[in-house]
Design a binder for this molecule. Structure first.
Ligand code: ADP
Ligand code: MG
Length: 606
């Protein structure tokens, strides 16, 4: 036998160092494993200290059930665990750990000290250097476990070189402590960097009280509770206000059975719930705890256990999206209420106001005096009054932003006779239009500006969402003709049924010529052509995309002068929507100032 090709078993410390490459990437991942062990040991108090970003020291002590003195060596042996006994257990994991890899891995790349006692006063300590046991002593210590990891990675220079600045590693450690602390409110966590306390969370604290260590106050003020049981899944957490969305994705924290995870299914469910309320490039803040039967999730995908696999991804997706949506809708409908009562009960979101369905057999009247095919939204039948003196008005007319009734320039507020309108739950007074784009309203809360295009888009989008698949169509005498790029032929086929549902009647004359013999009555022929060209160029991924594009094409534009009646009809239709704060692309429809806001602006109050 050629000794060069001889197969040998690797020495145990080398095996552990190789495993360490996967389990412990940096100080924060060491810390995560050690916190998980403490939680698995039913600790209610976890004390952590690090130095130099965790590289020179990570020290963690807990008051859990401890390890028997004679088993300390076993705890440091690879594949030795107290948490898993049979293959069946592997399919029903209820503890954080189960692989029996963390302690031996960490001990193989550091100067390591494990002390533990199952009974106060009867503890033992084991000291290990780079995987080799060097000392064992008896220790008098309280019940629990204390682990010290010194000089991490000094025997693996490649790993050491790869660590970032201590400040960055410290931040990553703090992130991990916080993430674990958010899911275990019954446990006291104290975290010190060198000798300075970074956090000290007391047992039994509220989620938001812990979160305020990481999220700025304005974000926290806007969060609403998530809480729903659906399809046998329980979802809890907090959803940030869409208006505080940011370009950074790092404030979406996902958990499965209290385990912090990175999971695409849950992430896309959260983003989908916010769709239409935030811009495509923005990320919301959300904290989502999913409780799922252990047998329905595989946590044994990667040694670090932050990746998971669901047996039924689509039911998880649906459940998470529903729960987050309910929280956002409850918030949106809470805002419809005239009072400031924005309470929401997580399990019973405030019922969303029903939208009266529009009978599409009766084409919806366009706003009077409208330009070319200004489309449709509900015209309410509540009375409109000419506004002269109204006792309920918050502004007297002369104190308002009105301009003299001479020629309205684009930058001025037009001052036609101004009607007042009431609906059941809200009063508002239309004051005029600015720059032929923004509608000015006086509301019981204060002053609002409404973007007319965005509001109209929202109205049409909602209409389509309700009636989209049986849209009214108008036949064309002269069919519209669209020239197709070869790459677009398959897109046409993919969206064919959806377009037909919207009211198009299409014919593919040749591979490059698409004819439309009928179009949705919401669109003028010119806009219908633009719509088809847009759709074929952007390849929509959902019905919602189609509706958003259609709403955008058919909505009145910025720069369109509206009569007061037109503006009022639009506002009435828009204010009846349960969710009306954002246009389908996620831009805000309304910007408002409360009376206290105004008082602040005018320095009437601090
Ligand atoms: P795993 O957590 O996958 O079982 P570890 O290597 O992390 O593997 O730990 C090995 C074993 O050591 C655990 O199964 C547990 O019995 C014991 N152990 C580790 N840390 C603690 C602790 N803080 N308190 C009590 N027991 C512990
Ligand atoms: Mg473990």
């Amino acid at each position: 036998m050629n000794p060069e090709h001889e197969i040998r078993l690797l020495p145990e410390d080398l095996q552990n160092q190789i495993a360490a490459g996967e389990v412990v990437e940096r100080p924060a991942s060491v810390l995560k494993e050690l916190i998980e062990n403490a939680l698995d040991a039913a600790a209610t108090r976890i004390h952590i200290q690090i130095r130099d970003g965790g590289q020179s020291l990570i020290k963690i002590s807990d008051n859990g059930h401890g390890i028997a003195a004679e088993q300390l060596g076993l705890a440091l042996t690879r594949h030795a665990t107290s948490k898993l006994a049979t293959l069946r257990d592997l399919h029903d994991i209820r503890s954080f750990g189960f692989r029996g890899e963390a302690l031996p891995s960490i001990a193989s790349v550091s100067r390591f000290r494990l002390s533990s006692a199952q009974v106060t006063g009867e503890g033992a300590t084991l000291e290990v250097l780079h995987g080799k046991q060097i000392r064992r002593i008896q220790t008098a210590m309280p019940r629990g476990t204390e682990i010290e990891v010194n000089d991490l990675f000094t025997n693996i220079p490649a790993r050491l070189k790869f660590l970032k600045q201590p400040a960055t590693e410290t931040r990553k450690c703090a992130d991990i402590v916080l993430r674990m602390a958010l899911a275990n409110l019954h446990v006291e966590f104290e975290f010190l960097q060198a000798d300075r306390t970074v956090f000290h969370f007391l047992a039994g604290q509220a989620l938001a009280d812990r979160l305020c260590a990481a999220w700025p106050e304005p974000i926290l003020r806007g969060v609403s509770a998530i809480g729903m049981t659906t399809d046998g899944l329980r979802i809890d957490g907090l959803a940030g206000d869409p208006s505080t969305a940011q370009a950074r994705p790092d404030r979406i924290l996902l958990y499965v059975n209290k385990r912090p995870v990175q999971d695409k299914t849950m992430l896309s469910a959260v983003r989908e719930a916010y769709r239409g309320r935030i811009l495509g490039k923005e990320y919301p803040q959300a904290l989502v705890f999913l409780e799922i039967p252990a047998a329905e999730v595989d946590v044994n995908v990667h040694p670090a256990k932050t990746e998971i696999r669901f047996q039924d991804e689509s039911s998880v997706f649906r459940a998470v999206r529903r729960a987050v949506l309910a929280s956002l809708d409850a918030r949106a409908s809470a805002r419809v209420m005239p009072s400031d009562a924005r309470q929401f009960a997580p399990d019973a979101p405030r019922p969303v106001q029903p939208i009266t369905p529009l009978p599409l057999e009766h084409p919806i009247p366009p706003i009077q005096g409208a330009r070319e095919n200004v489309p449709a939204y509900a015209i309410h039948d509540e009375p409109k009054f000419a506004m002269t003196k109204n006792a309920e008005s918050l502004f007297t007319p002369d104190a308002s932003v009105q301009q003299p009734p001479s020629s309205p320039a684009p930058d001025e507020v037009t001052s036609e006779p101004i009607p007042i309108s009431r609906t059941e739950d809200t009063h508002f007074r239309y004051l005029g239009q600015i720059a032929a784009t923004y509608l000015v309203l006086s509301t019981p809360r204060g002053l609002s500006l409404v973007d007319q295009h965005a509001a109209h888009e929202r109205v049409i989008h909602d209409l389509l969402r309700q009636h989209g698949t049986r849209g009214e169509r108008q036949p064309l005498l002269m069919p519209l003709e669209i020239h197709l790029h070869p790459s677009q032929t398959h897109v046409v086929q993919e969206v064919w049924n959806d377009l037909t549902g919207l009211g198009f009647s299409l014919e593919l004359k040749t591979a490059q010529r698409l004819l439309a013999h009928a179009i949705p009555s919401l669109l003028s022929p010119g806009k219908a052509k633009e719509f088809l060209e847009d759709i074929l160029a952007t390849k929509p991924t959902s019905m919602d995309d189609l509706w958003a594009t259609m709403a955008c094409k058919s909505a009145i534009k910025a720069g369109d002068n509206l009569t007061a009646d037109e503006a009022l009809s639009l506002l009435e239709a828009w204010r009846k929507l349960p969710d009306r704060r954002y246009c389908p692309h996620g831009r805000p429809v309304e910007v408002s100032w409360s009376i206290p806001d105004l008082e602040k602006l005018f320095k009437r109050r601090p």
